[in-house]
Design a binder for this molecule. Structure first.
Ligand SMILES: [Fe+2]
Ligand SMILES: [Fe+2]
Length: 314
């Protein structure tokens, strides 16, 4: 599936887990959110356990915009969009990486700000699975349900697909269901759902990602939580697009917590083999994995923050 070659990709994190306003590390690529402006606190960006990214793709002088994931709390991502002076009416399509609340929670406010009826929300149909929960110290944390009806009630056109699907005339690609091929990416052991009342392990098969193709540089892969495995995700993006070079791997890699810490090293090693120019772990990657990835790939590592804009150029 051919992707258009882009001149520029800008990824603005409208929500991520971390912020450090004193880093002073702006560069050609990184633009951090500013704290105060004109003597007013207008840019106090919020960090939450959630993810939302505004992706602007430029080709032949024209920029198209998609919104990938919507953050956790009802207001958090919309608040950050205001603080960053982003006019969300530029958004032309929505993508939901998977059905978990830390990616879907802020949708309603954002749709109101986008202010259009009938725009697509592209997702895997597994998003609509009911009665999902994770177990924690013997207790069940149930996820709020994402329903097709609720999305349609917001005026969205639901595009549910297991297959890869071009977005915005091929400027980006929704990867669809991601085959689990690596031996060490085994999903979330404590994720379950009720299948006709019976507790069943949830493979979170709805977990998908998007990819873009930067001219002369290669793929930019953006994941939500990468419950499918970040290596599986990148391999899938390469296989579907036929592009062998990876420029950037960004998003939640979900390597946080005791179930995942044993495979941080393997993930870093496989990522090093793939050899992206940039690795940008966000959200649920977790502190330990982020530190280890920085150590394994110091020249490629970029620390992401809530409110940070990254500009990748051809
Ligand atoms: Fe998730
Ligand atoms: Fe997440």
């Amino acid at each position: 599936m051919a992707l258009n070659e882009l001149d520029r990709v800008e990824i603005l994190s409208l929500q991520d887990n971390y912020i450090e306003s004193t880093a002073m590390d702006d560069s050609e690529i990184v633009r951090r959110a500013r704290n105060v402006r004109d003597g007013e606190i207008r840019n106090a960006i919020q960090a939450e356990h959630g993810f939302s990214a505004l992706v602007r793709m430029t080709r032949e002088g024209r920029t198209k915009t998609l919104l990938f994931d919507f953050g956790f709390s009802e207001h958090g991502t919309a608040y950050n969009a205001d603080a960053l002076d982003v006019d969300l009416r530029e958004v032309e399509t929505l993508v939901l990486s998977h059905g978990h609340s830390d990616h879907a929670g802020g949708l309603k406010r954002l749709v109101a700000k986008i202010g259009k009826k009938g725009i697509d929300i592209v997702l895997h149909p597994g998003v609509f699975k009911e009665d999902r929960y994770i177990t924690r110290r013997g207790e069940k944390d149930r996820f709020p349900r994402v329903s097709r009806k609720a999305l349609e009630a917001l005026g969205l056109n639901v595009v549910a697909t297991r297959e890869p699907r071009p977005l915005l005339d091929g400027d980006a690609l929704f990867l669809g269901e991601i085959p689990r091929t690596t031996p060490f990416e085994k999903g979330v052991p404590h994720a379950f759902f009720l299948d006709r009342g019976k507790e069943t392990w949830d493979p979170i098969e709805d977990d998908s990602s998007i990819a873009m193709n930067l001219r002369g540089k290669g793929l930019v892969v953006l994941s939500g939580c990468a419950h499918s495995g970040i290596i599986n995700t990148v391999l899938r993006a390469m296989a579907v697009t036929g592009v062998g070079k990876v420029h950037a791997v960004m998003g939640g890699f979900h390597l946080s917590g005791p179930a995942f810490e044993p495979v941080i090293g393997l993930t870093a090693e496989e990522l090093r083999k793939i050899g992206p120019d940039f690795v940008i772990p966000c959200h649920c990657t977790g502190r330990r994995a982020i530190m280890q990835l920085e150590k394994a790939m110091p020249g490629q590592f970029i620390l992401n923050m809530s409110g940070t804009a990254l500009t990748l150029r051809a």
